[in-house]
Design a protein around this ligand. Structure first.
Ligand code: GLU
Length: 277
């Protein structure tokens, strides 16, 4: 079996030890399987992505000793392509325009009949006339996946959705996410749509990422099913914790690869620091 995996950072900050663990885990696995390692730049959030962070990604990964296939897929160069899966879902009535603000959604969740903290947003399209008025007024909206419609479309297959988490199958629970945003009026695709689409397009067989993204797999397998895309195997690795015992965040400057390099650390030190020594 061919083995294709990827590291897909967003250029919204400098890479830190957590990213190093992701990238090295994926790279080592590809090498061990005699497979392919891809680098993908997830820069669809044009407001937050910065060229200097992207340049730093290439520099830091090369310093770590990684190499990847060229050309690198930069999502910002392919924004129009994400219209294809979106139009497919729109045509099948599986997404709807949601005009609610974040605050309105928070209120709707708070007043949901079950009232449970984990209650997630479920909405539906406005009546046609009202929607036409909102559109004519130029109001902002998001395209949300309707879990209700997805369940109806898939029937029993919805409840049989599983994803391979390394070796064990996990029953997918897309409802953990509620009706997620797949695109916005003026923003072609969300992370979920672009990531799932690109993994299929690039022939990714193994998705390697931190366990903080295991939640996303519950939704991604549903999107794959609805869009007729192949399902990769998921490999969620443990997270690297900071000195305070909490997961690393972009603000932890001292854990960035450049800070470590400036402090005289070597790529071998970084491997040891993330437990791959
Ligand atoms: N771009 C995402 C991030 O930097 C990773 C997404 C993924 O690996 O699927 O958190």
């Amino acid at each position: 079996m061919s083995f294709v995996t990827r590291f897909a950072p967003s250029p919204t900050g400098y890479l830190h030890l957590g990213h190093a663990l992701s990238a090295l885990t994926a790279f080592d696995a590809a090498r061990a399987a005699n497979g392919r390692f891809l680098l993908r730049i997830e820069d669809i959030d044009l407001g937050r992505a910065r060229p200097e962070f992207e340049a730093a990604i290439y520099e830091d990964l090369a310093w770590l000793g990684l190499s990847w296939e060229e050309p690198v897929r930069r999502q910002s160069e392919h924004m129009a392509e994400y219209a294809e899966p979106l139009q497919d879902l729109i045509g099948r009535g599986l997404v709807y325009r949601c005009f609610r603000t974040r605050k309105e959604i928070a209120d709707a969740i708070a007043s949901a009949p079950h009232g449970a903290a984990e209650e997630r947003f479920a909405g539906e399209a406005l009546p046609a006339e009202e929607e036409a008025q909102r559109l004519a007024a130029g109001d902002a909206f998001a395209w949300r996946l309707s879990l209700k419609k997805a369940r109806a479309a898939l029937g029993p297959a919805y409840f049989a959705l599983v994803f391979e988490d390394e070796t064990a199958p996990v029953r997918a629970e897309p409802e953990r996410h509620g009706d997620v945003v797949l695109a916005r009026k003026d923003f072609g695709a969300s992370y979920h749509l672009a990531s799932v689409w690109d993994d299929a397009l690039q022939g990714v067989t193994h998705v390697t990422r931190g366990e903080d993204l295991r939640e996303a797999a519950h939704l991604h397998v549903l999107l794959q099913k609805l869009l007729g895309l192949p399902q990769p195997v998921y490999r969620h690795h443990r997270l690297v914790l900071g000195e305070d015992g909490k997961r690393l965040a972009k603000r932890d400057r001292s854990a960035t690869l450049r800070a470590l390099r400036d402090a005289g650390k070597t790529p071998a030190d970084v491997r040891a620091l993330v437990g791959l020594g």
